[in-house]
Design a protein around this ligand. Structure first.
Ligand SMILES: Cc1cc2nc3c(=O)[nH]c(=O)nc-3n(C[C@H](O)[C@H](O)[C@H](O)COP(=O)(O)O)c2cc1C
Length: 170
């Protein structure tokens, strides 16, 4: 798959086969995460990979819409030091991880961390340092579903030179 095909075919996958993802593949996926764009090149991220079924269950249980983490063979937790642009940086790393997973034929899904009331509980569970923020959790596994969520058309979202849609700035 070339890069454009990876970008265009990535979808959130929330059901996984009961099959272990080789460690070398997880490591390459994390390698792609740590190479993401970063404001001032701060690279404030740390990536924690959870494969222990009990810990996966506990993380899943703490979330509101991430119950499927319990059934994934692995989950990457993206943490960022509390810098000015931690969320943008952590989100860029998260997207790189989603895309790298897709390139390896794996399914993944970004599960919200930042701003969620359970963020502190998950940081405690995994032993994150106090000055770190939970950006996202990314369960990864061989896909057991192929979702096709609706997408806005490029003609609806692309504007050349001047904004052409409805709505005025206040
Ligand atoms: C910041 C962020 C947080 C998300 N949180 C969740 C979540 O908690 N649970 C979930 O099932 N999906 C979550 N998603 C996945 C979105 O639901 C998904 O990206 C969206 O429905 C579009 O589908 P697609 O990823 O297949 O294109 C999140 C996505 C983003 C970007």
């Amino acid at each position: 798959m070339d890069a454009i095909e990876v970008l265009k075919t990535r979808r959130s996958v929330r059901a996984y086969e009961r099959k272990t993802v080789p460690k070398a593949i997880i490591e390459e996926i994390i390698d792609c995460g740590r190479l993401a764009a970063s404001a001032n090149n701060a690279q404030p991220w740390e990536f924690l990979v959870v494969t222990d079924p009990d810990m996966l269950r506990r993380i899943a249980k703490a979330t509101d819409y991430g119950g499927f983490i319990a059934d994934a063979p692995a989950c990457v937790v993206v943490l960022c030091r509390d810098t000015k642009y931690y969320l943008e940086d952590g989100s860029a790393a998260t997207e790189n991880i989603l895309l790298a997973a897709r390139a390896h034929g794996l399914g993944s899904c970004c599960v919200a961390g930042d701003k969620k009331p359970y963020a502190g509980e998950i940081c405690d569970l995994i032993g994150a340092p106090a000055n770190y923020k939970l950006v996202s959790m990314i369960p990864i596994g061989y896909p057991a579903e192929s979702p096709e969520p609706p997408k806005r058309r490029v003609s609806d979202v692309l504007h050349w030179e001047k904004y052409g849609g409805a709505g005025k700035r206040a």
